[in-house]
Design a protein around this ligand. Structure first.
Ligand code: HGY
Ligand code: MN
Ligand code: MN
Length: 413
């Protein structure tokens, strides 16, 4: 068998092309669920999948799925990532994983290689945290279904259900998971590390040994808008002052718990006027750790301090959509297989934990799921400066191809 090799120029050209789909007047790459730019980028991807003979279709959870036949009626190997971005995001987060997966099947075709297992190439819908407060919409729908509460979450004048329909999904078909446990042979995702570990250590590939748990919630603090000049300090119900205590409580609690992080990355003030005491604030709180007990300790501490700060000011506290993704680790056999595949491409390979969340956290609920990381410059991501070299992108695609070949030859553990 001639060893297949991804076509790096083709992969880089696809990355350049996908990067052209971005919401107008936004920095970097911005393809947010359910923007027109995001839909246009997926339409382009769907055509690229079709050009590769994958007969792509959108499933009820809004995932774009291309299917390559296998020689035998076996559970498929799923490879993919996401093509949505944060506001002002980069060209590689998610996009590299979708396009590397597409390139893997094209390389197999170019080499005339048929696998025993079918291969699914997937662009998971809406992986990023978004204004609805529900991330990983497609991979959650695929593996766990989407509860009515989440389908009803609202932003941009509509709910998740309407946004999902706009992306080709069918919210009415998501009361149960689309995939049953055992329906897949395994799932793999290539991704930029979005952190500094590989680059700092001079390593060129990472076999991801675990993905942190993430707990997220939207909190609404309701006080009372008043004239900033005449409202005495003792009579104010300042929602933003209470919110500020929440932000600082999250920061301090995570600082006191090594290995964890906590962030309030989005905060909306109303009426947001310089001469009005803030009447209400909506903020998005998230806490991450490999250790579920640590997340619980931080969460309880921050909520207690926020409740006290609100009560002190006569401000009410409401907790909106709360989501939780458990920490996941690939089974030992798959981690070893992925690590061997990476080393076959470049011995400068190491294991590492992901502080970023990924669709593979949800795939891990129904199949053996693992990730391959490539370095990104200065470890930065979720910003226009996000960058991975052509060589690193190529290594990621080659490692994915090596892992798929090994997986195809591997019985189910
Ligand atoms: O938020 C995350 O960790 C991922 O980049 N969506
Ligand atoms: Mn990502
Ligand atoms: Mn991201």
């Amino acid at each position: 068998m001639t060893r297949p090799r991804p076509d790096l120029e083709r992969l880089l050209a696809d990355l350049d092309q996908l990067a052209t789909f971005s919401e107008p007047d936004t920095p970097g790459c911005t393809r947010r669920f359910p923007s027109a730019a995001y839909r246009a980028g997926r339409d382009w991807l769907q055509q690229r999948f079709a050009d590769a003979g994958l007969a792509p279709a959108i499933d009820a959870a809004g995932n774009l799925v291309g299917r390559r036949a296998g020689r035998l009626p076996l559970p498929p190997i799923l490879i993919g990532s996401h093509s949505d971005t944060v506001y002002g995001g980069g060209r590689f987060d998610g996009a590299l994983g979708v396009l590397a997966a597409l390139e893997v099947v094209r390389a197999l075709d170019d080499a005339g290689i048929a696998l025993d297992h079918p291969v699914w190439v997937v662009d998971f819908l809406a992986e990023e945290a978004n204004d609805f407060g529900v991330s990983c919409v497609g991979s959650r729908g695929l593996t766990a279904g989407l509860p009515a509460e989440w389908l009803a979450a609202r932003a941009h004048g509509g709910d998740v259900a309407a946004a999902l329909r706009a992306m080709g999904g069918d919210p009415g078909a998501l009361a149960a998971p689309l995939l049953a446990p055992g329906a897949l042979h395994a799932a793999l995702e290539v991704h930029i590390e979005q952190g500094p570990v590989l680059e700092a250590g001079g390593m060129r590939l990472g076999a991801v040994s675990g993905i942190v748990a993430i707990r997220r919630a939207t909190l609404t603090l309701r006080g009372r808008p008043d004239h900033a000049g005449t409202a005495p300090m003792a009579l104010r119900h300042d929602a933003l002052a209470a919110a500020a205590e929440c932000v600082l409580a999250a920061e301090q609690a995570a600082r006191d718990e090594p290995g964890s992080v906590a962030t309030v990355g989005r905060l909306t003030v109303a009426p947001n006027q310089s001469n009005v005491v803030p009447g209400s604030v909506e903020l998005f709180l998230e806490v991450r750790s490999l250790d579920a007990d640590q997340i619980e300790r931080i969460w309880q501490r921050v909520m207690a301090q926020t409740r006290a700060a609100a009560a002190q000011r006569g401000v009410s506290l409401g907790i909106g959509t709360q989501t939780e993704a458990a920490a996941t680790r690939p089974p030992a056999w798959l981690l070893e297989l992925v690590e061997d595949a990476c080393r076959a491409v470049d011995p400068a390979t190491q294991r590492l934990v992901s502080g970023a969340g990924h669709d593979m956290m949800h795939l891990a609920q129904v199949t053996a799921a693992a990730m391959i990381f490539v370095p990104c410059r200065d470890g930065r991501s979720h910003c226009p400066d996000e960058y991975a070299t052509p060589e690193d992108c190529g290594r990621g695609a080659r490692a994915l191809l090596e892992a798929v070949l090994r997986l195809d030859a591997h019985g189910v553990a």
